[in-house]
Design a protein around this ligand. Structure first.
Ligand code: R5P
Length: 301
């Protein structure tokens, strides 16, 4: 087995290779003046004859460009190692939030992406806290592993922020409650969720706690898959402060933090932000390489 990757900007392919005890070979990316990308395997011979290739690609930021680079890299891998079993590792699976047709005529972005990967011959996909893992399983026959980082984020919050004191895990919507429940069960914490509704035309979000009595006067860790604009967690903070929550901490696996969303979260009352290194930020305290390696080893049995 070998890990092949561009020199990633956040999660580290070197560290993943170390965890797996295998070698790593790099793809160089070249961007032309017209904006096109071309990737080149630095040592193509390292790919020859490999039975298994883990193709590790961070697709954020510059998502659309990196996606094209990834498709080129898949092609290069099969050119040099036509019989290799290729597993894609995409720590933050982009386009995953458009997992269905919300408005008539819209493309189902997640399904399109998965069809393209599957059509390219890739056998497996590993991703961390995918927005809706069930939708991935529905849309593809590829082996898929959704690696959970939320438990580690909650553990980190418990040790470093709440310092052993009691706190409640809260999913900002019903869709994320499975992830939060799993973390709560491992760590022996209580959990609940907020009822969130988004207007698909304006993007406006409204939020209400499902079990206010469980939260009143308590410390809370909000746990989401993605913080993009921060709008969801800001609204969540407003709703939670209205019912008298004591201390608020924001946890999310993929911290995109667009347009200084971190400042908006602090202004809304969050004492801290904790995330993973699927996207590199000053708040990325949980490293996911070991969790990804466990998933790949688990598949090999
Ligand atoms: C949506 O369902 C996701 O789980 C996140 O809650 C959402 O995408 C976060 O986006 P924003 O930070 O822009 O509200």
């Amino acid at each position: 087995m070998i890990v092949a990757s561009p020199e990633a900007v956040s999660t580290s392919p070197m560290r993943l290779a170390e965890e797996l005890g295998v070698g790593v070979t790099f793809f160089r990316e070249r961007i032309f003046p017209d904006g096109e990308i071309n990737v080149r395997a630095e040592s193509p011979d390292a790919l020859r004859g490999e039975r298994e290739v883990v193709l590790f690609f961070s697709l954020y930021p510059e998502t659309s460009l990196r996606l094209v680079g990834l498709l080129q890299a898949i092609d290069v891998v099969y050119d040099y190692s036509p019989t290799a079993a290729v597993t894609l590792v995409i720590p933050y699976l982009v386009y995953a939030r458009q997992d269905k047709r919300f408005l008539e005529g819209e493309a189902v972005s997640l399904r399109v992406l998965l069809r393209v990967f599957e059509g390219s011959g890739v056998e497996g996909l590993v991703s961390v806290d995918t927005h809706n893992p069930g939708a991935v399983e529905e849309y593809t026959e590829m082996w898929f592993c959704d690696v959970p980082a939320t438990t580690e984020i909650a553990r980190c919050a418990g040790e470093e922020v709440f310092k052993g004191k009691d706190f409640v895990l809260v999913s900002p919507d019903y869709g994320g409650v499975g992830r939060v429940r799993a973390a709560a069960e491992v760590l022996g914490l209580r959990y609940t969720y907020l009822r969130k509704e988004r207007d698909r035309h304006t993007g406006e979000v409204s939020i209400q706690p499902a079990e206010p009595d469980l939260l009143r006067g308590r410390s809370v860790l909000l746990l989401d898959d993605v913080v993009s604009t921060g709008g969801t967690l800001v609204r969540a903070a407003e709703a939670l402060k209205r019912i008298g929550v004591k201390k608020l901490v924001a946890g999310a696996t993929h911290l995109l933090l667009l347009d200084r969303a971190d400042e908006r979260l602090f202004d809304a009352g969050y004492a801290e932000i904790i995330g993973s290194n699927t996207v590199d930020t000053p708040y990325s305290r949980v490293s996911v390489e070991g969790l990804i390696a466990d998933a790949i080893r688990g598949r090999r049995g």
